[in-house]
Design a protein around this ligand. Sequence first.
Ligand code: MSP
Length: 645
Amino acid sequence: MNKGKYYITTPIYYPSGNPHIGHCYTTVACDAIARFKRMEGYDVMFLTGTDEHGMKIEQKAKELGVTPKEYVDPIVDNFKKLWNTMDISYDRYIRTTDEYHVKSVQKIFKKLYDKGYIYKGEYTGKYCTPCESFWTESQLDENGCCPDCHRPVIDAHEEAYFLKVSEFADKVEKFLTETDYLSPKSRVNEMINNFIKPGLEDLCVSRTSFTWGIPVDFDPGHVVYVWVDALSNYITALGYENDEYNDFEKYWPADLHMTAKEIVRFHSIIWPIMLMMLDLPLPRHLYGHGWINFNGQKMSKSIGNVIDPFVLAKRYGSDAVRYQILRDMPYGSDSNFSNEIMINRINSDLANGFGNLVSRTVAMADKYFGGTLPEERQAEPLDDELISMAEKLCDTVTPLIEEAQLAKALEEIFKVVSRANKYIDETEPWILGKDETKKARLASVLYNLLETIRICSGLLAAFMPKTMPKVWEQIGADETLTKYEILGEFGKLPANVAVHKGEALFPRIDVDKEIDELNALLTPAKTFKEDEDLDKANVITIDQFAEVKLRSGEITACEKIKKSKKLLKLQVDDGRNGRQIVSGIANWYKPEDLIGKKIVFVANLSPAKLCGELSEGMILACDAGEDDVRVLFLDKDVPNGSTIR
Ligand code: MSP
């Protein structure tokens, strides 16, 4: 059934470091929606890509002695590799360095200029290099720093072109208040009160102080400043002002742009204004989601506290990672990430909840009926609630997906999963199984469970695309039975359905062991015997090294941890609020030897619990023989909390 077209986009990512779990959120969320819409019968265009121009990329490339293109190419490959790992089913990938995009942006810029919406002036203001954002004085934070990353900004003056956004303030305000373009609704007020009401300022759209950008073809020396270049991707990728693609008529306007909150401003104000200027239809929805935070701060490349999604996907499977990040992001607000949060979520919902439901049901069908249910049935009123919940689920979930309420959609599905597990406890199939006269009742119970699994897994396929086909194999549901159209109908599996026992879908993770292993992954090698080949095989870039934040600190208190022979608990003055670090050095140091010593510690290590004690970082030590370890001590006069590089 063709329900029409659906065009969905992620932001295009800056290729200026390795992608982290925060980047995965938007892309995985869009992927789940794109998959769901395809299931519903929409002709989906799902676009993602990379935003490759700008001063920051030019600077990084220069530092490394390569061209900007040479710098971004491997990073772009890495993004694509990650999307592969995470099963992202994008239909198109745009790079802003693609020739067709470059040409289209030049035409868009010229069109805006010819229509009188772009004029030449002088730019003076504040610029945050890491964020590539201009700010006015009034937008800076309380310390006069970038309001996004809180780092110092620089003064900037230069000849530049400006986009007359100020002229469109009323129109865009009307658009935001009178349509349901921007959600959550709270962001509408935020945009109006923080940006439109104080007076929209014209936007600087060209620069002369760097060259890594799309040249303004009618004024050499100017390159298009990144937001006009970046936002245009949503239309150039469909073929607007180019012959590369021919999909503009078909897919524009976008049905859903999704971004995190920090760039909602550009997508809800600048982008509609650009489209109004170009006389193009406006996109239907923009959803601005919150951030995945890590230790209360936005996870970002510039801050450095990144979590490697490749490592997580390898250890837990991409579906489990996809599930956790979507399930734990509340609608419109931030979520907090830690390895414990991820593992606990996987264990509770996927291993104990859904995985257990499937394995118990299939195992019982196998044990009591040799895998094939008999056709005799005996229904009881006890079945009604589960059946009615399962029947309604598809109707409950579908509008939630439309609204990008993904955590809520998963919550609803898992309510049914929990109800089904409770139904097992209530019906006690193991007791029915012992009584020959109860076989028809037992068959009903197992059939109801299999049907519930069919419906839940059909809906979950958009979220966990790798695992659900394995579930269908186990519950004996062929492809036709997992189609969206029949997910709202109970009783579609054949009465004599045959199950096939399979491997555990989501093995339970031993939290403590896992956390220790994750920490060990981050522990430096114990000996000097590593040969050169190993080093060569594990070469990292300077950017990867820069992700590890090393700082100086002073040990102010230290004690042994009773439950452990190896661990010491250190209180460290880190130049901020202080932190506790647990270190495995008890064999070589007495607590009193350490107090007052200055040490080096990893400041952005994921916090972990060791023997029940919180450890927020790791102090650096080196192997000093077969069984000897020495802590790296610093000079007494090094201030606490200084960056080590
Ligand atoms: N290049 C611009 C976007 C241009 S779109 C026309 C940009 N790139 S970015 O790489 O810095 O970030 C892109 C997006 O990554 C964010 O909007 C958001 O969707 C996602 N995220 C980055 N860090 C994130 C978290 N910590 N949490 C959730 N999403 C995050 O901005």
